[in-house]
Ligand binder design. Sequence first.
Ligand code: GMT
Length: 375
Amino acid sequence: MNIGIVCYPTFGGSGVVATELGIALANRGHKVHFITYNQPARLSLINEDIFFHQVFVEEYPLFDYQPYELALSSKMLEVVTEQKLEILHVHYAIPHAYAAFMAQQMLKEKGIDIKIVTTLHGTDITLVGSHPSYKPAVEFSINQSNAVTAVSESLKKETLELFNIKQNIFAIPNFIDFNKYPDRKDPICEDLLLSNHGEKVISHISNFRPVKRISDLIQVFYRIQLKVNSKLLLIGEGPEREHAEYLTKQLGIFHKVHFLGNCQEVNKVLCYSDLFLLPSEKESFGLAALEAMAAKTPVISTNVGGLPEVNIDGETGYTLPLGAVDEMAAKAIDLLNNEVLLAQFKENAKRQANQFSIEKIVPLYEEVYRNVLNE
Ligand code: GMT
């Protein structure tokens, strides 16, 4: 198939999923065209099956806000026509589903029938999309898509509760490429980052937005390090990062917290971790938790959204209510102090992550594509 993928090219989960899906589809013999304003962060490889088409937004002094959707729709029209795409798979409804609908209408005028698949990722529904300023347009464009997928059962349910959706939503979970998670540890990484002196290694990955509850994370770690010799590795960048640094200084634990910034190879850090913390307020799936589990790292997370579909309470880690900082710390301390249980949870985490292997999940998207093409 000849597939266009539209996504945010940043380090956010939806961009990561879209990019890795595109690469996997190309490896399975499809032609994949990424249409975004920058080359996606995790797309290092452009080859004969993977193409990148950049969307340029012309700046003009009259505009307070640049009309990105217009530029995107026009680019979609151009790429679909020139590259003879059959499907546009848009990740994150805002504004991609809307822009794709516009492109579809313009292409109809030229006698071209392009199919649109929209994948909902989370905040496009739960935070931003359901806001009154966006809701009518988001609902309309979801309903106009030829097929709609959501990254968890929880997100599917929430979408049906928040919007008047007239079509089936397929829950297709996020996935993991186990080739990137060998059991062997990388000695280069060890020298650079993690040569430790018996400390337990605790990690967290996010875009440091308020929804990730970074203050809760720091508070949990503060309680852990009082009882367990440990350090915290923080991967990612975002608005709460500065506050996180401030808080660690206030609490006197700055020397135990390592801010690693945006990192391409999270697998190489995760494979040294003993525990992953994800105290988010909302999380439609929690790709970072799955990445941790693939690297044999148990997870202590909140029990919100799709997290309980990924992290199994009492088996691969623990899921606790939002803001339950003391309980999270207590569970972490018990687990980190119990080598037998920790080893068991590490095995369980990897086994559970296997349910989400790329080989199992990518064919589900191919099936959605085949169905829309046969409509
Ligand atoms: O908020 C983020 O973590 C980024 C956001 C995105 O769209 O880039 O992530 C959402 O999509 C990810 C990939 O499907 C999910 O794993 C995250 O759980 C989801 N984030 C939220 O629901 C807050």
